[in-house]
Design a protein. Structure first.
Length: 575
């Protein structure tokens, strides 16, 4: 019936193939209207949308999908497409993404559970080996791992949505339509070779580009971000005809070998691996996603102090966060056309190991002047016993500029923080620490000036800590020694995905002390016995050069002979 009157042929276009693509879309849409069963209609709908998606005509994609949903409201192939079209038309990401996420969430909620679970999962974010490791867990445990994974990888907690999850949803919706003609029965477009590569690297470039012309030959280039494919062909007027050959389809390109000696994949220098295998051996890359690999680093120092037993019998901890935000990437009010009402929001966060927020504070500030180089800030929060994640973030929502940071531990054992028995707090670093009264009982009796443990060259700074449950001598007094050592620090980058997901104490970058023979400052003290002894010291790193350093503080109980050590990392600024 639909072929008795074919859809009108679109007007000719200056872009090669565009008119034909639009006509094929109309033909497939006619077939979908006449389909007699749900499965066939869904397949024709995908094929009708595919040319428009490849053309990037997102207004046409949206209107076509809207018409399809009016006829087939429960078509899982079409429901995410309107969200995809809205995502591709976003101009102000931070401000517009929440509405797009609502569209995706609404589509997922209306889809059968099997379809929505396949789309909204954590698969394809980490390497293929990491995915196989995750599959070894029970489904309920794997769900917890994935929940933590999204939280850890989220570029900025300050934004209303997780930009990486949103991009992944868009990539799947795009690939399911784009590669509908490549998928076999029971297979989604994102499960084809080209779709799997798109899930890892984003959308393939739509056209071949001439990268180099030689006499009688032409070299053409195409591919995915960071994965390029080149061919050299005889130059002739009929060159365009070769692109109708199956050899040049995305599905075949995904299986093409990576150029040798690129260093992209293990083994590519010894015979090459395919593009899709190369991409799946690594974490997914989210090029062009706001805040991914573009956020500046905030200097952050954190210190934990025992705060006693709560009414429910659990121990609690006070957490100090100090930060120094560099302003080099943020817009200066007096150097731009920015409105005086624009703000940079500086925030501190505490969250459970699964990423669920426990506490958050925000400080909106006017855009800086061009002469300002950095801002400092500090916060104090109380948390119940247990491990917590922390972050400090800065966000300019209008211009989509962000920064984030967290304190860097100096050893794996620093992850643990015993809340009972002999021990000491973390070492708090500040620009200064002034007592508010003649008697210093707790660290909260000090007025602190934050510096994020970023110290100017040769400048003095304050160290603050507490010692707990020293053993009294026969005279009722406690005696202890203090040893302070400054050592060069070496950053040990740790990004093992399995450690991160499992919340292993080995996870996270460390600043390791590497100068065991460095001289130490030592002294002894005594005081009347008390559950908590607070101490502070003005310290100076002398001629220690710019870069990372570790300050080790060792407390030895001279009555019991027990000792405890805590280290803190600092960064000496370039003069």
């Amino acid at each position: 019936a639909p072929f008795r009157r074919l859809p009108a042929v679109p007007a000719a276009s200056g872009e090669y193939g565009e008119s034909e693509a639009r006509w094929s879309s109309a033909l497939f849409a006619s077939l979908a209207e006449s389909a007699t069963n749900v499965a066939s209609r869904s397949q024709w709908n995908r094929l009708a949308l595919a040319p428009l998606v490849v053309l990037g005509d997102w207004n046409a994609v949206d209107s076509t999908a809207t018409a399809m949903l009016a006829r087939s409201p429960r078509d899982s192939a079409v429901m995410p497409v309107r969200a995809l079209a809205a995502y591709r038309r976003v101009r102000r990401p931070v401000l517009e993404y929440p509405a797009v996420q609502v569209l995706f969430d609404s589509a997922l909620a209306a889809m059968p559970r099997g379809d929505s679970a396949r789309i909204d999962s954590f698969d394809g974010v980490l390497s293929k080996d990491d995915d196989e490791w995750r599959y070894g867990f029970l489904p309920t445990d794997r769900a917890l791992l994935d929940e933590r994974g999204w939280a850890v990888l989220d570029p900025l907690w300050s934004t209303p949505v997780n930009e990486l999850r949103l991009e992944r949803l868009a990539r799947i919706a795009d690939a399911d339509v784009r590669y509908a003609d490549r998928s076999v029965t029971g297979q989604a477009g994102h499960e084809t070779f080209a779709g799997r590569l798109q899930l890892r690297r984003g959308v393939v470039e739509p056209r071949w580009v001439t990268t180099r012309s030689m006499v009688g030959f032409r070299r053409l280039d195409r591919g995915w971000p960071n994965l390029r494919y080149q061919i050299t062909l005889v130059d002739s007027p009929s060159l365009w005809q070769v692109f109708s050959h199956d050899r040049f389809l995305d599905e075949r390109l995904a299986l093409a070998p990576v150029v040798r000696d690129t260093g992209l994949c293990t083994g590519d220098a010894f015979g090459g691996v395919s593009f899709v295998a190369c991409a799946e051996s690594q974490r997914a890359a989210f090029f062009g996603v706001p805040f991914y690999a573009t956020t500046d680093t905030i200097d952050v120092t954190a210190a934990r102090f025992r705060s006693g037993t709560r009414r429910d019998g659990t121990d609690s901890v006070d957490i100090y966060l100090g930060a120094r935000l560099p302003l080099r990437r943020f817009t200066a009010l007096d150097r731009s056309s920015a409105a005086a009402s624009e703000r940079i929001v500086l925030s501190a966060w505490l969250a459970t190991p699964l990423g669920q927020p426990l506490w958050q504070r925000s400080d909106p500030r006017a855009l800086p002047k061009a002469s300002e180089r950095a801002w400092t800030a500090q916060w104090t929060a109380r948390a119940a016993r247990g491990a917590v994640m922390h972050r400090v973030e800065a966000l300019d929502a209008v211009n989509a500029i962000g920064a984030r940071g967290a304190s860097l531990l100096t050893a794996d054992q620093m992850v643990e923080f015993p809340l009972r028995g002999f021990g000491m707090s973390d070492v708090l670093v500040a620009a200064s620490a002034s007592p508010r009264s003649a008697v210093l009982r707790r660290w909260t009796d000090l007025t602190l000036a934050p510096n994020g443990a970023a110290v100017p060259f040769r400048a003095p700074f304050a160290l603050v800590w507490e010692v707990y449950d020293l053993e009294p001598g026969p005279d009722g007094r406690v005696r202890w020694s203090v040893e302070i050592r400054r050592e060069r620090g070496i950053a040990d980058r740790r990004d093992n995905a399995q450690d991160l997901l499992a919340n292993s104490r080995r996870a996270g970058t460390r600043v390791l002390a590497s100068e065991a023979d460095a001289p130490a400052v030592a002294y002894t003290r005594d005081a009347a016995a008390a559950p908590t002894i607070a101490d502070r010291l003005t310290f100076n790193l002398g001629d220690a050069g710019p870069g990372r350093h570790v300050v080790q503080v060792t407390i030895r109980d001279l009555v019991s002979g027990k000792s405890v050590n805590r280290g803190v990392s600092l960064r000496v600024l370039v003069p």
